[in-house]
Design a protein around this ligand. Structure first.
Ligand SMILES: [Zn+2]
Length: 364
């Protein structure tokens, strides 16, 4: 079958209610146009797999609380399953809370990084798991997907589906194992937190705010774990899941949106805008959820660097409070106003001015 990414009909609303994929659809669609048949077939499989998972998981996304498995102890509780290269989830249980490390790095990374994310939200914000009621963190690793010839291939993506995290092992050409990056695990689990907080509609500006929070807290988990202050920190998202190449540094750059990859033979060039003047207003990517998140991402970095010190401290506290207070349909202007208000109420006038100045720099 000949495949042309411009004529394949995608669902009308590609990801409104489906799982949250880490690799944005515009990268997958770009890869569908490659000359490299192996990578192109993998990308096509990813699109079809995405559609199938979306159909199955739509109900779970609408009712996240029904899918939460409570912790039997009321404390941190992790379960890691091995899908053994297939797409039937969760797979076989291979490591439960308190079990010793295995000799499988994907299993141990999923366990460790979900634990770090739990500890970050608990120790920094006093939140007990994604639902703040101690739900079990369930991960499935070695998830596969069916290619156009009907055989299973390692998934080149990761997703949160309202019930669990699923990680693929990547293609080994562009994408490495998705469990490797703490910020990727933190990003996906923050989508889980989102579902129990403002539950921002995953479309247009509200969806871009949902993506923005996932990037902010995903990166903050890593900075917190490393103890890196804002001025010395990396603001790249997904750097550790990419096979290194001169043309790519990450999937997104929060500080300089639109520069994470440039003329990359597989990924193309990073299309994220960094300012409201360049906001994307078309229908792709659920109305630009992974694109326009570049605008608030840059505002957050400007706030964090203006305030200095650990970004998970003051800037993180303002953003966490905002995430709990926004409504499902909030837009960028609502976020800008709310974060300035929280900064003034919880901190001081200087902090409020820093927040206002940052949003102004990105056109809000
Ligand atoms: Zn996401």
């Amino acid at each position: 079958m000949r495949f042309d990414s411009t004529v394949v009909p995608l669902p009308a609303c590609p990801s409104c209610r489906g799982p949250h994929w880490f690799v944005p659809p515009y990268i997958v669609e770009h890869m569908c146009g490659l000359d490299d048949l192996v990578l192109r077939d993998r990308a096509l499989a990813a699109l079809e797999h995405g559609a199938a998972v979306r159909a199955v998981r739509a109900f779970a996304q609408q009712l996240p609380s029904m899918m939460a498995l409570p912790s039997p102890t009321g404390r941190r509780h992790r379960l890691v399953y091995d899908a053994r290269g297939r797409d039937a989830l969760p797979g076989t249980l291979v490591r439960a809370e308190g079990d010793p490390a295995t000799d499988d790095p994907a299993v141990d990374e999923a366990y460790d990084h979900s634990g770090d994310t739990f500890d970050f939200f608990h120790d920094v914000f006093g939140r007990t798991s994604l639902d703040d009621a101690g739900m079990t963190l369930v991960s499935s690793v070695h998830v596969g997907e069916v290619d156009p010839r009907g055989s299973f291939q390692p998934m080149s993506n990761a997703f949160w589906d309202g019930e669990r995290m699923a990680y693929g092992d990547g293609d080994g050409v562009v994408f490495e194992r998705f469990t490797r990056a703490l910020d990727v695990v933190g990003h996906e689990l923050t989508h889980g937190v989102q579902a129990y907080a403002s539950n921002l509609v995953y479309r247009g500006e509200s969806g871009a705010l949902n993506e923005h929070f996932a990037d902010v807290f995903g990166v903050l988990v890593r900075q917190w774990k490393l103890g890196t202050p804002a001025e010395d920190a990396s603001w790249l998202v997904g750097a550790d899941i990419l096979v290194p190449a001169r043309t790519r540094r990450g999937i997104r750059d929060m500080e300089h949106p639109g520069t994470a990859y440039l003329d990359d033979p597989v990924l193309g060039s990073d299309p994220q805008p960094a300012h409201m003047d360049d906001i994307y207003s078309g229908p792709a990517d659920a109305g630009g959820v992974h694109l326009n998140s570049g605008i608030p991402n840059r505002a957050f970095v400007l706030v964090a660097k203006a305030l200095g010190g650990p970004a998970w401290g003051t800037a993180g506290a303002i953003w966490y409070a905002a995430m709990l207070q926004l409504s499902r349909t909030s837009r960028f202007a609502d976020m800008a106003a709310l974060t300035a208000q929280v900064a003034g109420d919880r901190f001081d006038a200087a902090t409020r001015r820093a927040v206002r100045a940052a949003w102004k720099k990105v056109g809000l």
